[in-house]
Write a protein of this length. Structure first.
Length: 268
């Protein structure tokens, strides 16, 4: 496996026999080193599948097209702009369709949803619905590689935001549990994320994500019990050790956590 880490962090590379990650030039607090665009192709096959062309950046799209052409189809893990804004333009250049859960991000007649199987020149991609980060989040399992492309559901470094109000914590926890079951059943070993480096131990990172969410929920409960009266006040207490530039994103997750706790309390 060719994993590329250098002085600047993560740079993408080739993984397994079927995947290449091309890094978009959009680094930032929310995108880490940039968006991972994945080019998937069965060995010796002609057509590729491109997952998440990334932002509307002509240089990046041109690089992806050079490495991927001819392209059978574009798949989107979700519709956030850092993953999808360049998809329409790329598909026009490549002469292919864009398949996504949200009709607003499709180009062509075919959608994409949980349980679908996409086959291109012998390459098999299985679609797993993993809402929570966003309502339209999907993950893509490559059985031949025992790998899963997770978009923003699981990142290569750090943890993700539950983007309230579109994102829902209950759905996100269910999605983590679903991926965890796939890892336990040894149907996936590796995580190929939408941002950050690949992860070679899917079960370990999913254990960490699930434990982290439980810990954050307890911290939010404690903050409210000790007098926090708004999501911002919860952020200031629970995320005090986090760079304040990330506090607006943290507040989205806190709002999702508070909604989840309200719903749990009403059930009880």
């Amino acid at each position: 496996m060719n994993t590329k880490h250098g002085p600047g962090g993560w740079h993408g590379g080739s993984f397994g026999e079927r995947a290449r990650c091309l890094l978009a030039a959009n680094p930032g607090p929310m995108t880490l080193d940039g968006t991972n665009t994945w080019v998937l192709r069965e060995p010796d096959a002609r057509h590729a599948v491109v997952v998440d062309p990334g932002p509307l950046d002509d240089d990046h799209l041109s690089t992806v097209l050079d490495r991927a052409a001819p392209v059978g189809v574009v798949l989107l893990t979700h519709g956030h702009a850092d993953h999808s804004a360049g998809a329409g333009r790329f598909a026009e250049l490549a002469g292919c369709a864009v398949r996504a859960l949200d009709p607003a991000h499709r180009l062509g007649d075919e959608g994409l949803g949980d349980g679908d199987v996409v086959e291109v020149d012998g390459l098999e991609v299985r679609v797993v619905g993993t809402p929570g980060h966003s309502s339209d989040s999907l993950s893509f399992v490559l059985p031949a590689e025992r790998a899963v492309l997770t978009g923003d559901t699981v990142l290569g470094r750090g943890t993700t935001v539950v983007a309230h109000p579109d994102g829902r914590l209950g759905a996100y926890l269910d999605s983590l549990d679903r991926l965890h079951r796939l890892a336990e059943e040894q149907r996936i070993d590796r995580v190929w994320p939408g941002h950050g480096p690949v992860i070679d131990d899917a079960l370990a990172v999913l254990d960490h994500y699930i434990a982290h969410r439980a810990e954050r929920l307890e911290q939010v409960r404690d903050a409210m019990a000790s007098g926090a009266r708004s999501p911002r006040e919860v952020v200031e207490r629970v995320y005090a050790d986090v760079d304040p530039v990330l506090w607006p994103a943290a507040e989205l997750s806190v709002r999702a956590q508070l909604d989840y706790l309200d719903a749990s309390d009403s059930v009880l």
